[in-house]
Design a protein around this ligand. Structure first.
Ligand code: MEV
Length: 314
């Protein structure tokens, strides 16, 4: 079917609390950030991605979405990203959501919930295991909390392998976050796998995962109350637990330690193994300076940004 082109964009995210433990069904908090992925589609003689023939093996997300969601003819897919890949800032989820959004837009639709659900399937297929945290934050925008029960602000619930994630909208208070990129790109799948094997082998690892869930739950109340001091303390505690689980690195620890004297709290964000850390602060210049002096790349990110958007709007 030939027809008009379509575009959609979706934001990256930072995880405030609960990465990895959320994969086991525990609570978590994530905020969309002002770095977006845009996906343009137009009809084409053959399947192409960014000017090259589409290699389904190297792009399992795209292959999965095409197999499950697309009945039309070949597409020329182009992506434009402001989110470094492997940075822990949700580039993969934003690609999944933006791609589904562009497929929707081509059919005259825009449905963030359907994009979050399809995006989760794509991440699960590509990563081997995943939670719906990143794709939900990207599709919905603003802030999302994963809880075990449906409460006020409920958006959608996803279930997989006996786990249940109730995704909620949460208001995002005024606050300043600085991101520090370690300069190392780290794919999520192997890190999720590593935590899984530690969890399967060790009661201690299972206790840590439970504790991270409790911290995220406490953090949600702190965020709601605008208690940045408590939220910061919980972030730093969460970082220590992620380190115990083996997903932090010396570079990330160095950036976290360098940020702490000027921050309410700091932690790695996303899967770890490289990627980025975040600091919650009201002294962003000092934190940016400290991160740069310790070999990281700092940037201030804006939160409270929209989720999936078709371009132009439908
Ligand atoms: C990655 O951004 C977050 C993880 O918890 C994986 C996931 O939730 O799918 C590590």
């Amino acid at each position: 079917m030939m027809g008009p082109g379509a575009s959609a964009s979706a934001p990256g995210k930072v995880i405030l609390l609960g990465e990895h433990s959320v994969v086991f069904g525990h609570p978590a908090l994530a905020l969309a950030i002002d770095r977006r992925m845009t996906c343009h589609l137009k009809p084409s003689g053959s399947m192409r991605l960014n000017g090259f023939p589409l290699d389904p093996e190297r792009n399992p997300h795209v292959r999965h979405a095409l197999e499950t969601l697309w009945e039309g003819g070949p597409l020329d897919i182009r992506t434009e990203s402001m989110i470094p890949s492997g940075s822990g800032l949700g580039s993969s989820a934003a690609l999944s959501v933006a791609f589904v959004g562009a497929l929707q837009a081509r059919q005259g639709e825009s449905d963030p919930e359907a994009a979050a659900r399809a995006g989760f399937d794509m991440e699960f297929a590509a990563q081997g295991r995943a939670s719906p945290l990143d794709t939900s934050a990207s599709a919905h925008g603003g802030g999302v909390a994963i809880k075990s029960e449906e409460e006020e602000g409920h958006l959608w619930t996803l279930e997989r392998d006996g786990k249940r994630w109730c995704v909620h909208d949460i208001p995002v208070p005024e606050m300043t976050l600085v991101v520090g990129h370690s300069g190392v790109s780290a794919p999520t799948g192997p890190l999720v796998g590593r935590v899984r094997s530690y969890f399967d082998k060790s009661g201690f690892a299972r206790e840590i995962v439970d504790e991270m869930g409790a911290i995220a739950q406490e953090g949600e109340a702190a965020l709601k109350a605008g208690d940045l001091e408590l939220l910061g303390r919980l972030m730093t505690k969460n970082h220590k637990m992620l380190s115990i689980l083996g997903v932090s690195t010396d570079r990330l620890n160095k950036l976290v330690d360098a940020s702490l004297p000027h921050s309410y709290g700091a932690k790695l964000t996303g899967a770890g193994g490289g990627g980025s850390m975040i600091a919650l602060t009201d002294k962003p210049e000092l934190v940016c300076d400290a991160i740069a002096r310790h070999g990281g790349t700092p940037y201030a990110v804006r939160t409270g940004v929209p989720g999936l958007q078709t371009e132009p709007p439908l």
